[in-house]
Write a protein that binds this ligand. Structure first.
Ligand SMILES: [Fe+2]
Ligand SMILES: [Fe+2]
Length: 289
């Protein structure tokens, strides 16, 4: 297991650039035009995002996902209180990237506060606060392409509607007659719970929080990066009626993740008592990571 020193500022910068790119370019706010430099192939941020997805699509194979699940889903790496996890995640600040103004905690806090401001249920607010905690994978030596970015099913044909889908040509599974077919290793309508998703922070955190949060919250956490499903309407053939019933919740969460940027950043110290109570209502004193 690589140690924490394996994460450099530059490593994190790519991950942040990916998320920024996804927000601003791939999935612009409905009604808002993507920025005009979208087609600027000389844009270094764009190049790093492109390279990120090249790595991601090349390496996220069925075997890779199975190996990461075996490695991490035992949840025996570290016990942390939810607050420790938030603080731990916040060590992933990249000060080498001038385009990124927000640290991890600010993103989570702004997301949660935007949900709260709209009067949603408290478990929904909590979901906003914790939804990216799985990114602590970065601190355990996982490369960016195995932590952040869009997620998608492995073990069946890759949808062409996945961002930079051309890079799947470099994925060994794409050359396998079973793994590149539409049912692949699955049965039609088997339900997403029976589908192996590309490995990243969404799936990891889902397993950590599964005992504690209501079902819609778990769908938001597990599938918030599965844009091919919740935005592009792909992979319905894998879904069952329960997935379809939960999809509106995943969609309801997405704008808060992408677009909640407040002009005045929320004050964590001031808000902390509210969030301490909220966390205590749903989560145990310590979580198994
Ligand atoms: Fe995320
Ligand atoms: Fe997020």
């Amino acid at each position: 297991m690589a140690d924490q020193d394996a994460v450099t500022g530059n490593d994190m910068g790519v991950g942040e650039a990916v998320e920024q790119f996804v927000v601003q370019q791939v999935y612009p706010q409905p009604g808002v035009k993507a920025q005009s430099d979208y087609r600027n192939y000389d844009n270094p941020a764009r190049d790093s995002v492109r390279d990120f997805y090249r790595q991601n699509h090349r390496h996220q194979t069925l075997d890779f996902v199975r190996a990461r699940r075996a490695e991490f889903l035992g949840l025996q790496r570290r016990r942390m209180s939810p607050f420790e996890a938030l603080a731990f995640l916040n060590t992933l600040v990249d000060d080498s990237d001038p385009d990124i103004e927000l640290d991890q905690l600010q993103h989570l806090l702004q997301c949660a506060e935007a949900i709260r401001a709209d009067g949603h249920e408290d478990w929904f607010v909590l979901t906003g606060l914790v939804h990216d905690l799985g990114k602590v994978l970065c601190l355990w030596g996982q490369p960016q392409w195995a932590v952040v970015g869009d997620t998608f099913p492995v073990g069946c044909r890759f949808s062409e509607r996945i961002v930079y889908s051309e890079f799947f040509a470099e994925n060994p599974d794409a050359g396998d007659s079973v793994l590149s077919s539409e049912p692949g290793i699955y049965q039609r309508g088997c339900g997403l719970r029976n589908v192996l998703m590309s490995w990243g922070h969404d799936e990891y955190l889902y397993h950590i929080l599964r005992p504690y949060l209501p079902e819609p919250a778990l769908y938001m956490i597990r599938y918030h990066s599965f844009y091919a499903w919740h935005r592009e309407e792909q992979y319905d053939w894998l879904c069952d009626d329960h997935d379809r019933a939960m999809l509106p919740w995943v969609r309801k969460f997405n704008p808060y993740d992408l677009y909640s940027k407040c002009p005045t950043p929320p004050d964590w110290q001031q808000l902390r008592p509210y969030y301490e109570d909220l966390i205590a209502k749903y989560l145990p004193a310590e979580l198994d990571f």
